[in-house]
Design a protein around this ligand. Structure first.
Ligand code: SF4
Ligand code: SF4
Length: 311
């Protein structure tokens, strides 16, 4: 166990930037999100998690998969620099573990896998949950997926080291600590209590939904994408993928023009049951990690904890 003074965090990140691309939370123009930081960026460490998850650093909004010209030369995908993701919360780290199941099952997705294997996680534990968090209900409150785990105690962060790569980040900026004081955590105010599928309120809430897809954009575990081939007049072709949302009409449109999930409540049902049932049935843990972002972002006031508990 180590500890580091809060005042030394900028110095720690500066030193880390020599070897790593450092990704950390910032707050700009009223929104909090992760970015690749430079020396002038001020890192935002809460309270609560960021408005946007760090998912885009593993699965970007748009991503070129490959390109090739008439002569058949394929452009290789960009290589990823070694990265340190600092300040990710336990729920989002659990979210990464969840989407590992999707992207790293055979055949593994090389675009995701390369980014994931080159990224160290320095998780920041939560003492106080955000107003819409419900990680207590999803078994994602305790950090399990990390290289380094930081916990705030007064003027210090106490740091647990889990991996050799994490250990290499411990510099003289850190002091040895024999033991960690008790970490006091507030409980989440929200709870998710699943009722039978027939009692969930998809119709009541789905009729209010605008199909905007904001919830799926901010969700750390939504990973659907669409792919398109783009041809340029010089004879080159590139394939790109971009985020898709099960809330949009086009998502369930198939050849011949049939839309198999036309009523919006059916789309809400698909989203909720994918998060709380289908993924769990196939892979084990729930897909929803209880970050609460889909609740915070929804202009229609749709709340996964209410729908799934029949309210
Ligand atoms: S549930 Fe809310 S955020 Fe999601 S698509 Fe519907 S209106 Fe948009
Ligand atoms: S479904 Fe909502 S609460 Fe669950 S992980 Fe996604 S954004 Fe977070």
């Amino acid at each position: 166990m180590f500890r580091i003074s809060k005042k030394k965090i900028p110095e720690f990140l500066k030193a880390a930037r020599v070897k790593f691309e450092v990704i950390a939370p910032v707050r700009e123009n009223g929104a909090s999100f992760f970015k690749i930081i430079s020396e002038t960026d001020k890192v935002y460490l809460g309270p609560g998690n960021t408005d946007y998850s760090p998912k885009r650093f593993f699965f970007p909004e748009t991503e070129q998969m490959f390109a090739y010209g008439m002569e058949g030369k394929v452009t290789p995908r960009e290589t990823v620099r070694k990265r340190l993701l600092f300040g990710i919360r336990p729920c989002d780290a659990a979210g990464l573990k969840t989407i590992d199941k999707l992207f790293e099952s055979e055949p593994a997705d090389p675009y995701y896998s390369e980014k994931r294997k080159n990224t160290l996680l320095a998780v920041l534990d939560c003492a106080k949950p955000g107003k819409n968090c419900f990680c207590d209900s999803m078994e994602t409150r305790d950090a399990k997926e990390y290289d380094l785990l930081f916990r705030e105690h007064g003027d210090y962060y106490y740091v647990d080291v889990k991996t050799e790569e994490g250990k290499a980040l411990i510099t003289p900026l850190f002091e040895n600590a024999d033991s960690e004081p008790e970490f006091k955590r507030e409980k989440c105010k929200k709870k998710l209590q699943l009722v039978a599928e027939s009692k969930m309120t998809f119709k009541k809430w789905g009729e209010r939904c605008f199909s905007c897809g904001s919830c799926t954009s901010v969700c750390p575990t939504c990973t659907c994408f669409d792919a398109e081939d783009l041809v340029d007049f010089a004879g080159g072709v590139s394939r790109k993928r971009r985020w898709a949302s099960c809330f949009t009409r086009s998502y369930s449109k198939v050849s011949g023009g049939h839309v198999f999930r036309e009523p919006v409540p059916d789309r809400l049902k698909q989203f909720m049951l994918h998060k709380l049932k289908y993924h769990k049935d196939k892979y084990g843990p729930q897909m929803c990690v209880g970050c609460g972002r889909c609740i915070s972002v929804c202009l229609a006031g749709i709340d996964i904890t209410k729908v799934s508990s029949g309210k």
